[in-house]
Design a protein. Sequence first.
Length: 95
Amino acid sequence: MIPGKGPVPIYEVYIPERAQFFRKCAENTKHALEFYSELWAPYPFPQLTLQDGPSAGMEYPMVINSNQGATDHETAHQWWPMLLGTNETRYGWMD
């Protein structure tokens, strides 16, 4: 549950042969969304999609290319830089 918002749908997209890498993704992401929403600010987007994308460990607003190994880190990127607009190219140490 996101404070002041309620539940946010979490979608997963992966090929069946890679299911073992996504067993805990939804659970980890739900925890991260709730934790960071309380720590910083409520998650502002209507949903979040985890996908087995071309790069393991990349994020965009409402989309994470990751498996369960980095979901917490990539979920945090929904705030940094998506909401705050930090420049990860210039300030790589922030990642």
